[in-house]
Every structure is written in C-alpha cells, then in structure tokens.
Design a protein around this ligand. Structure first.
Ligand code: GDP
Ligand code: MG
Length: 397
C-alpha cells in the first residue's frame, strides 16, 4: 500500500526531531574551553599595591588610655579567644608573641583560653608570662563538646570510611568534628563570654606580620562591622556535600526565608563560573568561605535568632559528624545569607599566616612576609584563593 507523501514527510521530520533530541540529551554540558583557574582571575594580587590603614575614625593609644590596669580604659567589651590543647603551648606562644608584638601590647585586650580538658599549670604560667593583659582559662562544658544524642555512631563510622575514600582531611578525627561544631554553634554560648560582644580568634602556630596601631575592636564597633577576615578560600567540596542542600531546606520555609538579608552575598556563595566542579560536587555551593582560624567578629550575630535557628537545623541534620562540615563554611554561609554584606570587612592591613596561606600587604608596617604572596606551598595552592570572587561580588571595603 502506498504511503501518502504527507505521511512520509512527517516520518522523516519525526526521525530528525528524535535525532536532535538525543543529541541534545547526551551531548556533554562540560565542554569548558578556558582552564577554570584563569576565569575571573586578576592579573596581579591587590596586595602588591601599597595599602595603609582602614577608614577613620581610628582609636589610638594616648597616654594610659589602654594601660592594662586602667579601670577606665578605652577598651570595649571584647576579648581575644583561643581553643587550644595543652600540648600546643609552644605553637600558641608563637602566635601570642606575634599578636602581642604587633597589636595587643598596645591595647591590652584580655585573652580567654578554652579547652575540653583542664589547662596545665605550665600552660597557665607560660601564657601569663607572654602578656601584660588579663588572661582567663575556661573549660568547655561537656554538653557543648560531647557528640549530641541524636548522632548514630555506627553511621558516623560508616560515613568516616566514605569520607576517607574521598580524601577528606581529618575525617576520622572525632575531636576535629567536635571542634568544628563547637566553633560553629557553641563558643559564644560559653558563660565566660557572656559579657563580651567582640572576639578575635587566634590559633596556635599562626603569624602576624604588621604593626596595627588602632583599636581593631573599636574600629569594628565604630564602623558597624559584624565580621572581619583576612583569607578567603575554596573548601573541599567532599566535606560539605549536603551543607548547601540543607541550607536550602532551611530557607525554604516562609519564616526562614524572611531571614535572608536584602543585601546578601548569595552570588558569592553560589558562583559556579570560577570553579564549576566545586559547585557541582557541593551541590550548588561555591565552597568559598572566610578562613576561620582568623576571625574578628561581633557575637551578637551568632547569638541572633536567625543564626541559632540555622545552627539548630544543621546540627539536627548531622553533617558535623556524617560529613565534615567546618565552622568556616557554616559561618560563611550564615554571614553570606543573613547579614548585610557591607558589614563584612577584609582586613587587608593585618598581615597573617596560617600554613600554607598568607595575607601580606605592601606596607612599611609589615615585616617577615612577602607582599602579595598568597602561599609558600605548591603553586597549585594559588587556585584555592577565593578573594577574586569576593571582590567581584562584594568589593574590598
Ligand atoms: N582543646 C582542644 N583544642 C582543639 C581540639 N581540636 C582542635 N583544637 C583547636 O582548634 C583549632 C583548630 O585545630 P587545628 O588542628 O589547628 O585545625 P586546622 O587549622 O584545620 O588544621 C586549634 O586552635 C586547635 O588547637 C581538641 O580536641 N581540644
Ligand atoms: Mg590550625
């Protein structure tokens, strides 16, 4: 039987359409011509340009206004904090010496040390000798440190195997998971910090290179800043695979969607152009974060209902143990979503190193680091720098 011409035409068209649909479905979407490290990168690090202090007003030492024993000093309610192990005393003294030399010997803010076990007499003696300022030693309450009751330890063990196969650093160190959870949602609840609003977080074995001649805490207050950072990095996407999906679940409800700040940094958090693979593996999160071994912050943000609800949601989801969520991405996502991004400040003037990364300005106030050098490790580490995106989406202020 002869097939009418119109039918034959339709059959040919349908065949073409089918071929086209299959072609579109199976063609690889990941045909990226440009190596990802080149996309949106700068020609030179902005730290190779000369820079000075941030905007006035800057509060300085005048007479005895910051003397350690002055009961009416100009210090505000702020403290330097450090969670540290007794065994890290020498590395901590190194950090203390640097921060005292460059800044705190002028302003004399108190040091508050935290530990999950009591500090030794040696630790106390040596740290007291390293500063003229007040020093306090605090035990982390058990209920802030212990693995929460809803975590299934068999599932934790299983998850550790999976994370180890993906080379997630510290996956098998339970104390590391606890530390990340404590820094995410507990430290600012410690009774010893109740009277304080601002904190500067310091770790053992970090370096500070530049003289800072103004009261940094007072600067945060005067300029209405919530958070200050020095280094901005990509994270290991395998350590946070469900962090962004959990975050999206959290903000999906009407109540929580109202927590989003209208001037948020969502585009920085969700960028997929610069390191597409990171975004894919982290299910929509760029993995960019403020490197939290350095933090200068306003604890009112962590104490807010918005952040507490978010932390509770994450804590219940279990990713501090079943994955290896760091406090850095958790803090950064919360700041990026719930805070005005103009309240987040890059302290370009605070020369800093935590192995293997630096923040090193071009300034006569700095000694001991190479201006504009981001890492002294392997060259590939340079691509871990996420500052290009922060500056692109937010700026340098
Ligand atoms: N007291 C105490 N401090 C810890 C523990 N685990 C980590 N820390 C501290 O938490 C901070 C981060 O740990 P660190 O080993 O430096 O992690 P990294 O910087 O990610 O390699 C440091 O200040 C450590 O001293 C712990 O189990 N007990
Ligand atoms: Mg460290």
């Amino acid at each position: 039987m002869a097939v009418p011409r119109a039918m034959r035409g339709l059959a040919v068209l349908a065949t073409f359409l089918l071929i086209f649909v299959f072609y579109e479905l199976f063609r690889s979407p990941a045909t990226i011509a440009v190596p990802e490290s080149k996309v949106d990168n700068w020609d030179k690090d902005p730290q190779t340009d000369p820079s000075g202090e941030p905007a006035e007003p800057l509060r300085r030492v005048e007479g005895n206004n910051y003397a350690p024993d002055n009961p009416n000093s100009d210090r505000i309610n702020a403290t330097i904090i450090s969670l540290v192990r007794n065994e890290e005393i020498e590395e901590l003294l190194q950090s203390m010496r640097d921060l005292e030399r460059t800044w705190n010997s002028k302003f004399n803010y108190p040091w508050t040390f935290f530990n999950d076990v009591p500090f030794t007499d040696e630790f106390k003696r040596k740290t007291r000798a390293a500063t003229k300022a007040e020093v306090r030693y605090e035990l982390v309450p058990k209920e802030h440190w212990d693995v929460p009751s809803w975590i299934n330890m068999d599932l934790y063990e299983e998850s550790v195997h999976v994370l180890e196969e993906q080379d997630v650093q510290y996956a098998n160190k339970l104390s590391y998971h606890k530390m990340c959870r404590w820094n995410s949602g507990m430290f600012y609840k410690h009774p010893a910090l109740e009277k304080y609003r601002y904190y500067w977080r310091v770790e053992p074995h970090v370096h500070f290179f530049c003289d800072i001649d103004y009261d940094v805490f007072r600067w945060m207050e005067d300029h209405n800043k919530t958070y200050g950072f020095t280094i901005n990095l990509y994270d290991s996407p395998q350590s946070v695979t469900s962090l962004w999906p959990e975050t999206l679940k959290f903000i999906a409800s009407d109540e929580h969607s109202s927590y989003l700040h209208k001037n948020n940094a969502m585009d920085w958090l969700t960028d997929s152009k610069r390191r597409q693979q990171h975004n894919l593996l982290a299910n929509g999160y760029s993995t960019c974060h403020f490197w939290s071994n350095f933090e200068i912050g306003d604890m009112n943000f962590w104490r807010s209902k918005e952040y507490e609800d978010y932390f509770q949601h994450l804590d219940r989801a279990g990713g501090f143990f079943y994955e290896r969520w760091g406090d850095a991405p958790v803090h950064s996502i919360a700041l990026g979503l719930f805070e005005d991004k103009s309240k987040i400040h890059w302290f370009r003037d605070i020369g800093y190193q935590h192995i293997p990364f630096f923040n090193c300005p071009t300034s006569p106030k700095c000694k001991g680091c190479t201006a504009g050098k981001f890492t002294d490790g392997e060259a590939w580490l340079n691509k871990e720098d996420c500052r290009p995106n922060w500056f692109k989406f937010v700026g340098m202020e």
